[in-house]
Design a protein around this ligand. Structure first.
Ligand SMILES: NC(=O)c1ccc[n+]([C@@H]2O[C@H](COP(=O)([O-])OP(=O)(O)OC[C@H]3O[C@@H](n4cnc5c(N)ncnc54)[C@H](OP(=O)(O)O)[C@@H]3O)[C@@H](O)[C@H]2O)c1
Length: 249
């Protein structure tokens, strides 16, 4: 995708990776709209970045997605890029958590059905543009799972697979499909993660990702160096070694 002159929606843009991407993309000369459920972080991010727009959205709710899609296109007819970044990550231990199934179902609704529903609602609009893009945020865990978050890891593997098929179906249209697969990044996605010394600092992740977006005009997968061990584990015959590293016995 071109790196400036777009109108970009970032779901989950009030915090973490979403906010980092929103700020970096605004600095590159894009109109950015951030969305999420909680108004406070959105307001705070918009106030800190004059010109950034925001709108509330509950990506778990199909009716709210339809309402949001109608309103966003009306308010921002130039919208040509969506970044499907909103997501949740919950530990789900099937032998210990009595609510493991509820966590699994909620995770699929937010992380998999959410981006599919929003993309489907906005695709006709994106197809009307000269240049457009759908960015899907997956994860290194799409390639080697974390066993205590089985459904989270599975939704990210599904997002990876979905992105490949969507890219194939949309070849020959103005809509590029880009997958952004972060490694462990220091955000509040899970308790204590922001202070995890093994996590990649957020600003480093955003800088490297936006550089890749800028240089990789043909889209494809945006993979920072830190995620390569997970992304290439299977192909290099190192799946079990990387799995054991991520999932100590
Ligand atoms: N940090 C990592 O290590 C890492 C690694 C790989 C992939 N990722 C992916 O990166 C994305 C961003 O995560 P993050 O690390 O930046 O964590 P985060 O700060 O917790 O961001 C998640 C965002 O999603 C929004 N969200 C959650 N449920 C939503 C819903 N039902 N409707 C609308 N928005 C919703 C949240 O806002 P509200 O709560 O206000 O709705 C929040 O802004 C996620 O897809 C995550 O899976 C993160």
């Amino acid at each position: 995708m071109k790196i400036s002159g777009n109108t970009i929606l970032v779901t989950g843009g009030g915090t973490g990776i979403g906010r980092g991407l929103a700020e970096a993309l605004q600095a590159k000369g894009n109109q950015v709209i951030i969305a999420g459920r909680r108004r406070a972080p959105l307001e705070e991010a918009a106030a800190a970045n004059p010109g950034m727009a925001f709108a509330t959205l509950d990506i778990d709710d199909p009716e709210d997605i339809r309402r949001f899609a109608r309103e966003i296109v009306q308010a921002h007819p130039g919208l040509n890029v969506i970044v499907n970044n909103a997501g949740i990550m919950r530990v789900e231990e099937v032998l210990k958590n009595p609510d493991a199934l509820a966590i699994a179902e909620a995770t699929i609704t937010t992380n998999l059905l959410g981006p599919i529903r929003l993309t489907s609602a906005l695709l006709p609009h994106l197809l009307s543009k000269d240049e457009a893009a759908v960015v899907m945020v997956s994860s290194g865990l799409a390639f080697v799972p974390r066993a205590d978050t089985p459904t989270y890891s599975a939704t990210k593997a599904a997002i990876h697979s979905y992105s490949i098929s969507l890219r194939h179906q949309l070849r020959g249209t103005p809509v590029q499909v880009i997958e952004l697969a972060p490694p462990l990044v220091a955000t509040d996605l899970t308790p204590g993660q922001r202070d995890n010394p093994r996590a990649m600092p957020l600003t480093d992740f955003i800088t490297e990702s936006v550089q890749l977006l800028e240089n990789q005009l043909d889209g494809g997968e945006i993979l920072v160096q830190r995620v390569m061990a997970q992304r290439t584990a299977e192909a290099q015959g190192k799946f079990q070694a990387v799995f054991d590293l991520i999932n100590p016995r």
